[in-house]
Each structure stands twice: as structure tokens, then as C-alpha cells.
Design a protein around this ligand. Structure first.
Ligand code: SAM
Ligand code: SF4
Length: 329
């Protein structure tokens, strides 16, 4: 019994949002006043999350990405990581974080053997601009985290959302960081998941434009990536690190999708662009057994749409405008 969708794609990766709360207010993710967060009881508890993940691993999931909101905002997130590490069927535990709260936890993270990859979101290398984008003046802390992570034993990827009118002029400054640092820098196409259209995207910088900007300064060679990689990746001669581009909005990566998502309130999502197909929290709280959960997952996976365009077209609740903080980016 394993999770294979109706297009033959084997699903082995779950992205789980551990909270919808966040300490920052990134303009492409939510309005300045934040999103309407849900009551605590509506969030999955760590025990519920553990149980869902355990069942999923019994169906072949072996990697998890923990995201949010900001995962480190949730109380005792480190305890949850320790708890998850006990799951012998889980091979990799990856985390996406804005980095503002984690410098003191890095040593602990290094000790958790299954925690391997950290994606740090950082959209500008200039303090003023960083503060405008995130609406919080925390660049020094985030940069500190960046330097500590870079020196640590954890694999580090930087997530840089490319926002027209803000940071397109810094693309090659980020690329320059890969010269001496063994990091993967990934530029992400901006998507309209901004918690109800507070930021008006003037011009969408797509994959091609981002690549052309890099090529205007560097000779890049495409490197072979893992089949299910979300980014197309490039090497530059003489650079220790690599650069990649995530076509999040143009969606040219769906054919090899190997993932599902679970939001902080327990909504199961087959695709970033669908509007949620099932509420696992209510199912568990009404007494579902692990076998019921297994059966459910095996049937939900058969509804996984072929790609993000079909998922978007099938939405019942209107266009894509919810915050990435709710979905779990
Ligand atoms: N708070 C953590 C962070 O920022 O890394 C984890 C959650 S955040 C929603 C996950 C990723 O989604 C971040 O790299 C963020 O930059 C990205 N993201 C959020 N809103 C986005 C949007 N509208 N378009 C593209 N990427 C977005
Ligand atoms: Fe918070 Fe991450 Fe959204 Fe920024 S992108 S507001 S850090 S959840």
C-alpha cells in the first residue's frame, strides 16, 4: 500500500504547516495588519500532527518539510522536532524559516540527525529594503542566522522571492554570495497568495526573466537535478554554491510532483493551488482510526490533479488569494 496518484506519481513528501502565526508581515504573503489567525484549538496539536505523519510514513512518505507561518513561533517546536525524530520511517526532516528566531537553536538542530535541510527566506541583502518587504526591522538577526547556518553542518538553501519594483536589482548580488559559500540560492517566482491582494504585482518576473538577468552577468550551466526538484538549478564556474529558480507560478514542474500538503488546521491539499480537499482534524477528532486515515489518504491521492492549472480551475472558493502563511509555503 503506497501513495500513488492516478498519473502514476509516487508521493513521498509532505509539507506540514505547524502554525498560521508569524512574527513577520512579508508584503507578498499577508497584509500589514496580518491575517485572521484561527483560535488555538483549531490548530492541529503536535500529537495530532505526529499521528498523521506516522500514518503517512506507513504509506511511503519518507520526507517532511515543516513550514508555516513561522514554525519557530509555535511553542516547543524543538520538542516537536525531537518527537518526529523518533519516527523510524522518516528519513529527512526539512524546515523553512524566516530565521529571525532561530540563532539560539542551531546547535540543537545540528544534533537532530534527521534534520538535514534548512531553507532560509531572505529577500534582500539591504536592511532598509528588507524592512520594507517584511515590515519588520530584523535584517541583522536574519543575517546572523544566515552566517551561523552557513557554518553549521546543516544544508542551507536561501529562498528569495523575486518582487518587481523591490529586489530584481539584487538578483546578481545574491548570485555573488554563491561564490565562496556552499549554499543553494533559489529565486522564487512571486505568486498571488498574499492574504487578499494587498500587494499589487505590477509585473511578474517569471523564470525566463530571472534566468536572463543572471545570464547578463554570469555564464551558467544547468545541472541535473533530482526528478522531483522544485527548482531548475545552475552551476557557475568557480562558485562553491549553486543557483536555482523555482517556477512556482508558471508551474512547469508539476509532472514530477511528489508532494502533498497539510495546513495548520489540518486541511489536506493535493496541490498548492487547490482549495483544500479534506479536513483531517475533524476526521481525527470524530474518532477515526489509523486504518480509516490510511484508507482516506489512499483515496484522496487519487484526486490529485495533473497540474497546478487544473487544481486552480477546480477551486470552488474563487481565485488564489489566501495567504501562504495559512497554506504553508
Ligand atoms: N515563515 C517561513 C518563511 O518565510 O520561510 C515559512 C513559511 S513561508 C509561507 C514559506 C515560503 O513561502 C517562504 O520562502 C516565502 O518567501 C514563500 N512565499 C510566501 N508567500 C509567497 C508568494 N506570494 N509568492 C511566492 N513565495 C511566497
Ligand atoms: Fe511570515 Fe514566512 Fe509569510 Fe514572511 S513569508 S509573512 S516570514 S510566513
Amino acid at each position: 500500500m503506497s501513495l500513488v496518484d492516478s498519473f502514476g506519481r509516487q508521493i513521498n513528501y509532505v509539507r506540514l504547516a505547524v502554525t498560521d502565526r508569524c512574527n513577520l508581515r512579508c508584503q507578498y504573503c499577508m497584509p500589514a495588519h496580518g491575517i485572521d489567525i484561527v483560535g488555538r484549538k483549531e490548530l492541529l496539536s503536535y500529537k495530532e500532527m505526529y499521528r498523521i505523519v506516522r500514518v503517512l510514513t506507513e504509506l511511503g512518505i519518507n520526507k517532511i518539510r515543516l513550514t508555516g507561518g513561522e514554525p519557530f513561533v509555535r511553542k516547543d517546536f524543538i520538542g516537536f522536532l525531537e518527537m518526529l525524530s523518533f519516527n523510524d520511517l522518516l528519513e529527512d526532516i526539512n524546515i523553512t524559516t524566516n530565521g529571525a528566531l532561530i540563532s539560539k537553536h542551531i546547535e540543537t538542530l545540528e544534533k537532530l540527525k534527521k534534520v538535514k535541510n534548512i531553507n532560509l527566506s531572505i529577500d534582500s541583502l539591504q536592511r532598509d529594503k528588507f524592512a520594507k518587504i517584511t515590515r519588520r526591522d530584523v535584517f541583522p538577526e536574519v543575517y546572523d542566522t544566515f552566517e551561523l547556518l552557513e557554518k553549521s553542518s546543516l544544508n542551507l538553501k536561501l529562498n528569495v522571492v523575486i518582487q518587481s519594483g523591490f529586489n530584481t536589482d539584487e538578483i546578481n548580488d545574491f548570485v555573488a554570495l554563491s561564490k565562496d559559500k556552499n549554499i543553494a540560492i533559489r529565486f522564487i517566482e512571486e505568486m498571488p497568495f498574499n492574504g487578499k491582494g494587498q500587494r499589487d504585482i505590477q509585473k511578474n518576473w517569471n523564470f525566463k526573466q530571472i534566468l536572463n538577468e543572471i545570464k547578463s552577468k554570469y555564464d551558467v550551466t544547468e545541472v541535473v537535478s533530482e526528478k522531483s526538484s522544485t527548482s531548475r538549478n545552475y552551476a557557475i564556474e568557480g562558485h562553491k554554491g549553486t543557483v536555482g529558480i523555482i517556477p512556482a507560478f508558471t508551474r512547469t514542474i508539476c509532472n514530477d510532483c511528489n508532494r502533498i500538503r497539510i495546513t495548520s488546521t489540518g486541511t489536506f491539499k493535493n496541490c498548492l493551488f487547490d482549495d483544500g480537499v479534506f479536513n483531517l482534524r475533524d476526521f481525527i477528532r470524530s474518532g477515526a482510526s489509523n486504518d480509516d486515515l490510511k484508507e482516506l489518504f489512499l483515496s484522496l491521492i487519487k484526486e490529485k490533479p495533473k497540474n497546478g492549472f487544473i487544481a486552480e480551475a477546480n477551486r470552488k472558493k474563487g481565485g488564489v488569494s489566501e495567504s501562504m502563511s495559512t497554506i504553508g509555503g
